[in-house]
Design a protein around this ligand. Sequence first.
Ligand SMILES: [Zn+2]
Length: 357
Amino acid sequence: MSDDEGGADSPPELPGPDDEPEPFTYDGGRVDPSEVQNLRYSVSETYLGDPVRMPVTIVNGAQAGPTVFLSAAAHGDELNGIEVVREVAHEWDHSGLVGTLVCLPVLNVPGFIAQQRYLPIYDRDLNRSFPGDPDSTSAKRIAHSIYRNFVAPCDLGIDFHTSTRGRSNTLHVRADMDHERTARVANAFASNVIIADEGPSGTLRHEATEGGTPTITVEMGEAHRFQRHFIDRALAGTLSVLSEFGLRTEKAVAWPGWRTVVDGSAEKTWLRADAGGLVEMHHDRGSLVHEGDAVCTITNPFKTDSTTIQAPFTGLLVGIVENPLVYPGNPICHLVHLDERTRRAFKRDSGTMAHEN
Ligand SMILES: [Zn+2]
C-alpha cells in the first residue's frame, strides 16, 4: 500500500514498534509484553457441570505491533488448521515478535471431542453463531465468549478450515476483497486461488471483519486428517501475513506465481451428479480441466450404465468428492474459471512445483 492512499475510508493505523507495548487482557487475565501464556479458557459447562475449556496460547512480543488471531476447528473435525496454529504457537521463535499472537487451535471443543463438524448440542454450527450472545443458545454463548475475549481485541485474523467430510479442497482463501485491509491479509497469504465474497452472516470471518477485525478463511484439504503439504503451505502463508503487517522481519510473499480471484462475476459452479451411483474421478483436486473434458464417470453396481460429467468451461478443480457414493443432486466438484493468462502461468508453475496431491 502506498503512503498517498490515506483518506476517510482508510483503515485505522496499526500499532507499531514506536508505540508503548501494552498487555493483552481478557476476562480473568492479562499477558504482559515479552510474556507467553498457555491457558485453558472456560467457554461453557458440560452436563456434569464441569468447565468446557478451550486451549489458548497468547504470545505478547517485547515490541508493540498488531494483534493477530489464528484459529482452527470451528468445525470440530477439521484438523489441518489445528497443526498450523500449534506449530506457530509452540515451534516458532517469537523472540523478535513485534505485536501479539492469539492462538486458538480448537474453537469448537465439544465438536472436537466428538470428532464432528457441529456442536453436539442440537447440531448447532458454531461457525454461524458469531459474534454470539451471552443470553442466547449455548452455541451463541460459546461464540460470544470466544469473540469478546480473543477476537474483538485483534487487528486481524486467519481462520483455518478444511472441506466437509467426504470432500476435499485445494488450498484457497475466502475473503471480502472489497474491504481494504481484509484484501491486504488475503493477498499476503499468497494462495493461488482467492474466492471473493463476504461470507455468510454468523461466520467468524464475516462477523469479525464487520466488527473491525479484518479476517480471512483459509480452506485446505479434508476433515479428519493432518495433510503435511497443506500445513506447510499454510505456515508459509501465515508467516507472509505476519511479515506484511510488521510482526516478523521476513519478506512477505508479494506474488504467488499465478492467482485467480473468483468474484461474483466469475464463472464458477458445483458440478452435480445427475444419476445415483459410484463416482470415478478422472482428475485430481487442483488440476486444470478443459471445456468438454470428462471430469468423472458415475456407474451403477453392474457397470452396465454410466454417466459422464464434462467440464462446462475451462477451469481449476478447487474441490472434489473423496467419498465416491452419490445421489442425484450431490455436488461432485467445484470448478472455477481460469482465464487464458492465468492458465499459462498455472501451466508454467505446475512444471516446476510438486503436485499438491
Ligand atoms: Zn469448516
